[in-house]
Design a protein around this ligand. Structure first.
Ligand SMILES: Cc1cc2nc3c(=O)[nH]c(=O)nc-3n(C[C@H](O)[C@H](O)[C@H](O)COP(=O)(O)OP(=O)(O)OC[C@H]3O[C@@H](n4cnc5c(N)ncnc54)[C@H](O)[C@@H]3O)c2cc1C
Length: 423
């Protein structure tokens, strides 16, 4: 609410209101330059390679390396995207990359979840030591993994069974358990693992650890064969008496002890910070889904203008034209939610109505729906691997599942708007 009356718009300066960066849909020249640069890589490098890596179902190291050579893969790039005070650069970059290809896009962006985990919980020394190692160098690229999910703890992350015990005599942590579906799991140079230190405290008794490269006791389990996103490696990770130095506890022991003591006393204690990265990363994940949806929309629009049946292009049928109109509208609506949430997150606005969840939920569902529509518009061709829309449909489906399923996003939104602790 304004506290002073204004008589003209000249009395307000929206650009400096509350000292924060105002929300604007007009991209500045830096944002446009970055968008066009990433688009060039997506179009020139990713698109031509996408079908091959989808078939191979292998980590596309040459593509990661090319991205690293031009400065698109690495900590400096991520830090620069994140630094934009409007919060829009990160979703813009993600939309373009995933427009190029989602499997390759995840191979490039998958390490950023581990980075976000280190960034959220780590001390400045830990960030300096581990974040560059998540990426390696252009001559020797590396990837990183963020391991939370377990076979019996997917949506319910409070019930993690992986345990971390402190061996005081050796100042080491010993981890035991099984992680499931970890992006880059087992092939990562750096694994960030969330484990329970005090299981009675649920999610408040958890901590995040960096597992250094080649730590004995960490082994890759089964590599998952997936429906989509097949150029991105997903696997189980086993931790069997995995011993790591005490310094690998993110945030340090003193902070953990204080947090656990508060939780045991019943004082309101924060959840493990790395787990909260999911909340802030949701708009970025939504932007990835929008990239896939936009690819499908653009492709099917062009196809509908070309494909002739009954003596006229199929777009001259309202059934087709209206489907494309709806796709465009839904994609733009989803992008607006993503940009709003990104701006809010970057400017520390509280997500009072779970705006981050809203953006990811809408974008994921729009991606699944739009890619299905695209297949329909392409008819038989859409159902074949000769055309990319069937791959985009397979890729899109993950966006209603990971980083919180659509049902869990609805739960988060419902709780936020109602204030009711809906079970
Ligand atoms: C390709 C891929 C990559 C992944 N990458 C990572 C990664 O890097 N790191 C990581 O930690 N995890 C990762 N995951 C795991 C992912 O986050 C989980 O799959 C996801 O959280 C869902 O958990 P779940 O599969 O156990 O499903 P479940 O939790 O078993 O859910 C099954 C169904 O029940 C519904 N459901 C569950 N609880 C409720 C409820 N309370 N109300 C209503 N409906 C409910 C769900 O919405 C879903 O439809 C990845 C998964 C995949 C497939």
């Amino acid at each position: 609410m304004a506290t002073e009356e204004i008589t003209s718009v000249d009395d307000v300066d929206l650009s400096t209101q509350d000292g924060e960066t105002p929300f604007s849909l007009e991209l500045n020249s830096d944002q446009k330059d970055i968008r066009d640069w990433v688009h060039g890589f997506a179009e020139g490098v990713m698109r031509p390679a996408a079908a091959e890596w989808d078939e191979r179902e292998e980590t596309p190291w040459p593509i990661i390396q090319e991205a690293q050579k031009i400065g698109l893969y690495g900590f400096e790039a991520l830090a620069q995207f994140f630094a934009d005070p409007t919060g829009l650069t990160l979703p813009i970059v993600n939309e373009e990359l995933f427009w190029g290809d989602a499997g390759l896009g995840m191979a490039i962006m998958g390490s950023s979840l581990a980075v976000a985990g280190i960034f959220a919980s780590g001390t400045p020394e830990q960030m300096g030591e581990w974040i560059p190692q998540c990426f390696g160098t252009p001559d020797d690229p590396k990837v990183a993994a963020f391991c939370v999910s377990e076979p019996d703890a997917g949506s319910d992350v409070s019930s993690l069974r992986t345990r971390a015990k402190y061996d005081e005599a050796k100042d080491e942590w010993v981890l035991n358990g099984q992680k499931a579906w970890a992006t880059n799991g087992g092939i990562a140079h750096v694994h960030v693992v969330v484990a329970s230190v005090d299981s009675e405290l649920g999610s408040r008794g958890q901590a995040a650890f960096v597992i250094p490269p080649s730590s004995p006791g960490l082994e890759m389990g089964t590599k998952v064969k997936k429906h989509g996103l097949r150029a991105s490696h997903t696997a189980d990770v086993f931790l069997d008496d995995c011993r790591i130095p005490g310094s690998c506890l993110l945030g340090g022991k003193e902070k953990l002890d204080e947090r656990l003591a508060r939780a045991r006393e019943g004082t309101r204690a924060k959840k493990q910070a790395a787990m909260q990265t999911f909340e802030s990363s949701r708009p970025t994940v939504g932007a990835q889904a929008i990239g896939i949806a936009r690819a499908a929309y653009e492709y099917s629009l062009a196809y509908a203008k070309e494909r002739v049946q009954f003596g006229r292009p199929i777009i001259e049928n309202q059934a087709i034209a209206f489907a494309l109109a709806d796709m465009k509208m839904e994609i733009d609506a989803a992008r607006l939610l993503v940009w709003r949430a990104s701006w809010m997150g970057r400017n520390n606005k509280p997500f009072t109505a779970a705006e981050g969840s809203m953006s990811k939920l809408k974008a994921g569902e729009v991606a699944v729906w739009s890619t299905e529509r695209a297949i329909q518009i392409l008819g038989g061709n859409g159902y074949t691997r000769e055309y990319p829309v069937e791959r985009w449909h397979r890729d899109a489906k993950i966006y209603t599942i990971f980083e919180g399923t659509s049902e869990i996003q609805r739960l988060v939104i419902a709780r936020a708007i109602s204030g009711v602790k809906i079970p």
